[in-house]
Design a binder for this molecule. Structure first.
Ligand SMILES: C[S@@+](CC[C@H](N)C(=O)[O-])C[C@H]1O[C@@H](n2cnc3c(N)ncnc32)[C@H](O)[C@@H]1O
Length: 202
């Protein structure tokens, strides 16, 4: 198992680099994913905390992240949060939480980067209640052969520049392998951005 490396430069430019995308729709997409959630929520790879302002008052959010250079940039976002948010240093591949202890899992733009996404999904499946759901938004492998082959060609350079992000992962398939059933699904940008809800299959 590989612990996440620290990426101080990526962390420092992350919010600025994402600002145009946030302005042109990502902010609303984040709000749509998390604002209706209640109970005890686990956010995976919280990064610089761009989702935190969107959770509702009354929710309890345990938001974790293994890269401390990212996590420290999430700390100022706590001031704008209405929910009760706790930031934790942890790795999705080996979670320090009891089985069945969360009502919901939130994952945005993380399964592209987690070194062993299958191990992480097995852990998330374990800590999620059987009545719970995982709410996701991910960029994934292009549905067509042409787009996917471009992603495959870009992957070695892309992953170096973007802190271990792999543009060519079939994340929906990884959800199914881990025992999740995709209940609600939307895609945009020619199928390379997917969002929706996945629930324990049994
Ligand atoms: C592209 S950033 C997304 C950050 C945030 N979720 C967002 O929506 O802006 C990917 C994040 O995944 C985190 N990550 C990498 N490996 C991880 C792991 N093993 N467990 C949890 N998070 C991880 C990275 O440190 C980084 O913060």
């Amino acid at each position: 198992m590989t612990m996440a490396r620290r990426h101080p430069i990526f962390s420092a430019i992350y919010d600025l680099f994402n600002a145009p995308a946030e302005y042109f729709g990502m902010r609303e997409a984040r709000a749509k994913i998390v604002s209706g959630l209640h109970g005890r929520i686990l956010e995976v790879g919280v990064g610089t905390g761009l989702n935190l302002q969107h959770y509702s008052a009354g929710a309890t959010v345990i938001a974790f992240e293994p890269d401390l250079t990212m996590l420290r940039r999430a700390v100022p976002k706590l001031d704008g949060a209405r929910a009760n948010v706790v930031l934790v240093a942890a790795d999705a591949q080996m979670l320090p939480f009891k089985s069945g202890s969360f009502d919901a899992v939130v994952a945005t733009l993380v399964f592209c980067t987690i070194p062993d996404a299958d191990a992480a999904l097995a852990e998330l499946r374990r800590v999620l209640k059987s009545s719970g759901a995982m709410h996701f938004m991910e960029h994934v492998r292009a549905p067509g052969q042409f787009g996917a082959s471009i992603q495959d060609a870009l992957d070695p350079l892309w992953s170096r520049v973007f802190a271990g992000c792999h543009p060519n992962r079939d994340t929906a398939e990884a959800f199914r392998r881990a025992g999740f059933r995709i209940e609600h699904f939307e895609h945009r940008q020619r199928g390379i951005v997917i969002s929706g809800t996945a629930v324990p299959a049994s």
